[in-house]
Design a protein around this ligand. Structure first.
Ligand SMILES: *[C@@H]1O[C@H](CO)[C@@H](O)[C@H](O)[C@H]1NC(C)=O
Ligand SMILES: *[C@@H]1O[C@H](CO)[C@@H](O)[C@H](O)[C@H]1NC(C)=O
Ligand SMILES: *[C@@H]1O[C@H](CO)[C@@H](O)[C@H](O)[C@H]1NC(C)=O
Ligand SMILES: [Zn+2]
Length: 977
């Protein structure tokens, strides 16, 4: 025992962080790596602040500041001890409160590898509903903090996604490109896990891209044995009730029992893994508030288990970390199986599919997406307008508050919709705070760039047609900012009270406008928020990465140009059409009947309607209810929302837009809309309050039915980027026993879902994350809203009832954009349209006409030339020291489009007109390391070794982008806009 303790002390003294500091292991023995950890949700049953401070401990006993205090003390007390920390949102907050001595102590622990940062994002982001851009930003935000405050040794080597409810391929590719050596997962489907345990395939190489050259997107991936919990019987937190180790001379002495049962657990775990190293997660949700309990007992466990080696035991147990464990797997020099699909959907039992959260809290999901969009705009303007954006006539602002709020919103209980109601409200509150600060940035930047002295105004409720300025003003201007790298034509719709308006563009040319009545549904929805009788429509053309100003003035009633006030045609419209699309409606039912793409000369019968699945409340076979996480319909046949044979419809038609308004029920309606010139069809649905007085929770879907012969196949995106093929009742890596014919076929639809045959593809793009599927051939469906009466027993402890602003139940409005294309050109169209949805232009208003000042710049583009259409400017943001961070991405997959999937070259130095670039350094995807500083462990797939390609020398005049490639640059810039 004395010898063993000496060995342990020796282990802590190893020099240098990272793999060099790993504790010694015992070749030939089974090495059990104990990984002490805490899982600190960035909001769930309590808000982020409540968790940090330990407020409302009656709801859940959890206080993160005490965890960090306690762990640092416990690590300092005994050098062999190790700990990992994950969520930088909490760490950064704690760090800000520490004095320099404490910070130095922590840096020292990190230097010595005793405290290891894993994951290292601002939070542990959700994987189904998080868009890749936002996930990337939140990881980068955390990593940059760690690099800044903790240096080299603070850079995480291991990604740690131990709680998210299913795992996305795009996120795995992101980890690989940020330089992570491995990824650990806690939750995978129970059937998948059982098979992997049997075949010893718990650890594998995940090839996370079909476009990038391996091993660029390969990441070694391990599935943990007990999710992220300790093995049963070995939980020693104050939140647990397992017996502590008693090794004194007492009737309570339990050393033999504990050691024997530990050895048994270790041996049984080793049977499911391939090497003589296994990992045990020693901790759980908000553990280590009193770290002494855990560490004291693990010290004893280690001593007593290892002492048995003297009597022939072949088990060696040690404090370790995920990267030290990973290093041992790497040293084992094995070849590993390769996985190419993803880990969706996740089920932890036959009727427990975690596919409800794909849709839960649809309004928060939309707000998150919109906020990500606005953060992009805010960051761009900070970079383009320079210091004038942060301080100017509108006060001081910056993007940091919104960046942190959006990062928090990526957490796996935030955008996922699985937090309690008050916590969800708090996420929205944080986002709103960020919006305010960014609106200051946008107003300052526009003032600087345009030299206009008009007062900029922001209307945040245009989606319900409310805006005090446009409702009252006889003259105002509209400034549209476009974050995309190409010119865009965008429909503007503003609440007004006048009967007709004159609109002129930035050059003073007249722009055609129309006035339509505010629909009854919108009037009801906005309540007292607005009082407009009408909406003004016009199409605004706006340059790449810039803005354009439109002047609007009300024409007086006597003005001869004033057309007669319009009323909607109460009718049974048969068709709407523009130059690209023709849409037919069934004259009997009032429903969508056929879509024709006039450009391509193809048409497809498409029937679309709304239905609801009645949520299970549990049954004799299984008590599982549908809830915030879990989707369990009581029957596979959904019930039509409309109980009549026809939905009432009416037509609104003018030179700019044609709309068929469909009323499915008192709580479900839709506008089928075609703008003149727009090559897609828009379905704007308004759903809620979902009635539940009949005792049924309801999960509302929009279903499309077509005669396409789809052979059980459909396609969904991965975090809004890659496209994955899905096959009904099938999983690529195991023989599926399908136990839920609907819920078990649901997948996350982050931005799009499509079905196709050999000729045609029908694509539906979403404005937020939703769940979707194709339950029978030729059909596809999206779940748009859900309201449930029971909790689903996964800890949140509340039914998903969402009261909404009125307390009567949440009403949600959203859009589906529909494309019908020949298969060859489909990718091109959905890629570009998806970009317009996530990086949509932003409307700013100003009192006055804008034109009155001679020197005012009415139109502006920060680009010298537009980007090629297959390239997206993913990041443009201001960094310290006048530097600018840029991410350029090729937004097509290999082989997806004959033209657009080709490699493309950009001249970075002559791209921008707003500033000139003096020098460029290429960074890793996380923007925290120079690209050439990234060196990753090389793993051997069982298909044979692969060789890394050297990084080509950067020529900023010729930046080459391969399909799906993202390249990150730090540019030193000169000049002022
Ligand atoms: C080793 O075995 C001997 C003889 O059975 C026993 O007395 C001793 O306690 C054992 N040591 C440990 C550490 O289990
Ligand atoms: C809107 O509501 C008004 C007042 O209730 C009613 O007169 C009108 O017919 C409704 N319009 C439509 C299109 O339903
Ligand atoms: C499929 O799963 C169900 C539910 O767990 C089980 O009753 C049934 O035996 C399984 N079928 C097969 C073939 O394994
Ligand atoms: Zn969690």
């Amino acid at each position: 025992m004395v010898a063993v303790l000496l060995l342990l002390f020796g282990a802590g003294a190893a020099a240098g962080c990272g793999y060099q500091s790993c504790p010694p292991t015992r070749p030939g023995l089974l090495n059990v790596h104990l990984v002490p950890h805490t899982h600190d949700d960035v909001g769930w049953l309590k808000t982020v602040d409540q968790y940090f401070y330990g407020v409302r401990n009656s709801v859940q006993h959890a206080g993160v500041r005490y965890i960090l205090d306690s762990v640092v003390a416990a690590l300092a007390a005994e050098p062999s001890r190790r700990f990992i920390y994950v969520e930088v949102a909490f760490l950064a907050r704690w760090w800000a409160q520490q004095d320099e001595a404490m910070r130095q102590r922590v840096r020292q622990l990190v230097q010595e590898g005793r405290l290891e940062l894993v994951g290292g994002g601002w939070c542990m982001n959700d994987e189904a509903a998080a868009h890749y851009g936002a996930a990337l930003e939140q990881l980068a935000l955390g990593r940059q903090f760690l690099r800044r405050e903790l240096g080299d040794c603070g850079t995480p080597r291991v990604a740690w996604q131990i709680d998210p409810f299913g795992h996305a391929r795009q996120l795995a590719a992101t980890f690989a490109q940020m330089g992570y050596d491995g990824l650990f997962l806690g939750r995978v489907d129970h059937q998948d896990k059982a098979q992997r345990e049997e075949l010893r395939q718990m650890e594998m190489i995940w090839r996370a891209s079909t476009s990038l050259q391996p091993p660029a997107a390969d990441i070694f991936t391990g599935i943990l044995p007990n999710m992220y919990n300790p093995p049963p019987g070995f939980c020693w937190d104050q939140l647990c009730s397992d017996p502590p180790v008693v090794d004194e001379d007492s009737v309570e002495n339990n050393v033999d029992t504990i050691v024997s049962s530990f050895l048994q657990v270790a041996h049984s775990q080793a049977e499911r893994y391939r090497t003589n190293h296994i990992l045990m997660t020693m901790g759980s949700d908000f553990h280590y508030e009193n770290a002494h309990l855990w560490f004291y007992n693990m010290d004893k466990l280690i001593a007593h288990v290892n002492a048995r080696q003297a009597n022939g035991s072949r088990v060696h147990v040690l404090y370790s970390t995920p990267s030290c464990y990973l290093q041992e797997l790497h040293r084992a020099n094995l070849s590993w199986s390769v996985k190419t699909d993803d880990f969706f959907p996740y089920a932890d039992g036959p009727h427990q599919f975690w596919t409800g959260y794909f849709t839960s809290r649809p309004a928060l999901k939309r707000y998150e997406r919109l906020s990500t969009n606005f953060l992009q705009i805010c960051s761009q303007l900070e970079a383009v307008a320079g210091a004038a954006a942060r301080k100017g006539p509108y006060g001081s602002g910056d993007s940091s508050v919104l960046r942190e709020a959006v990062a928090v919103a990526q957490h796996h209980d935030a955008v996922s919709g699985t937090a309690r109601q008050d916590v969800a409200d708090d996420y929205a509150r944080q986002l709103a705070g960020g919006w305010q600060r960014c609106q200051v940035v946008v107003a300052n930047a526009l003032a600087a760039l345009s030299a206009s002295r008009d007062k900029f105004v922001f209307c945040n409720a245009l989606n319900v047609s409310a805006c005090a300025l446009t409702e009252a003003a006889a003259r105002f201007s509209v400034i549209l900012y476009n974050p995309l790298g190409r010119r865009l034509s965008w429909p503007i719709r503003l609440p007004v009270n006048g009967a007709s308006y004159a609109v002129t563009d930035a050059q003073g040319h007249p722009v055609h406008s129309e006035v339509v009545p505010v629909s009854n549904v919108t009037r009801w929805l906005r309540g007292h928020a607005g009082s407009a009788a009408r909406e003004l429509l016009f199409h605004a053309s706006v340059p790449a990465l810039g803005f354009s100003t439109f002047s609007v003035s009300r024409l007086s009633r006597r003005d001869p140009l004033t057309p007669p006030a319009q009323t909607p045609h109460l009718s049974q419209p048969r068709e709407i059409r523009n130059e690209h699309i023709r849409v037919l409606f069934d004259p009997v039912t009032g429903l969508l009947e056929e879509i024709e793409n006039l450009d391509a000369g193809i048409s497809l019968p498409v029937f679309q309607s709304f239905y609801w699945y009645n949520a299970s409340i549990g049954n004799a076979e299984n008590p599982q209810a549908s809830g915030a996480y879990i989707f369990r319909p009581n029957s596979s046949d959904p019930i039509p929302v409309s109980d009549s044979k026809r939905v009432s419809t009416f037509l609104v038609k003018n030179a700019l837009v044609q709309e068929v308004h469909q009323n499915f029920s008192s709580w479900c309606s839709q506008v089928v809309r075609l703008h003149t010139g727009q090559p897609y069809l828009e379905l704007e649905w308004t759903v809620g309050p979902i009635p539940v007085q009949d005792g049924w929770g309801k999960e509302i879907i929009s279903r499309f039915e077509t005669p396409l012969r789809t052979g059980a196949l459909f396609y969904t995106d991965s975090n809004g980027r890659q496209i994955l093929e899905r096959r009904r009742n099938y999983r690529p890596t195991w023989n599926l026993n399908q136990t839920e014919p609907v819920a078990g076929n649901y997948y996350p639809v982050n931005t799009r879902i499509f079905i196709k045959d050999e000729k045609m593809q029908l694509t539906v793009l979403t404005d937020r994350s939703q769940g979707g599927s194709s339950i029978f051939d030729g059909s596809l469906e999206l779940m748009v809203h859900r309201r449930l009466l029971y909790d689903d027993g996964r800890g949140v402890g509340e039914p998903l009832l969402e009261p909404g602003a009125t307390q009567q139940g949440l009403v949600v409005r959203g859009r589906h954009l529909i494309l019908l294309d020949p298969v060859e050109s489909a990718a091109e169209r959905h890629r570009l349209l998806a970009q317009e949805l996530v990086a949509a232009p932003y409307t700013v208003l100003a009192a006055g006409e804008g034109l009155s000042f001679g020197r005012v710049r009415q139109e502006f583009s920060a680009l010298r030339t537009e980007l090629p259409h297959n390239v997206n400017l993913l990041t443009l943001s201001a960094e310290d020291g006048g530097n600018v961070l840029l991410r350029l991405e090729h937004q097509f997959e290999r082989g997806e489009s004959a033209n657009s999937s080709q490699p493309v070259t950009i001249d970075l130095l002559s791209l921008f007109s707003a500033f000139s670039i003096a020098s460029v350094q290429e960074l890793s995807l996380g923007a925290d390391l120079p690209l050439d500083a990234i060196s990753r462990l090389v793993w051997t797939p069982d298909t044979g070794p692969i060789h890394s390609h050297p990084i080509p020398k950067l020529d900023p005049h010729r930046v080459l982008l391969q399909p799906m490639e993202i390249r990150t640059f730090l540019a030193t810039v000169q000049g002022d806009p």
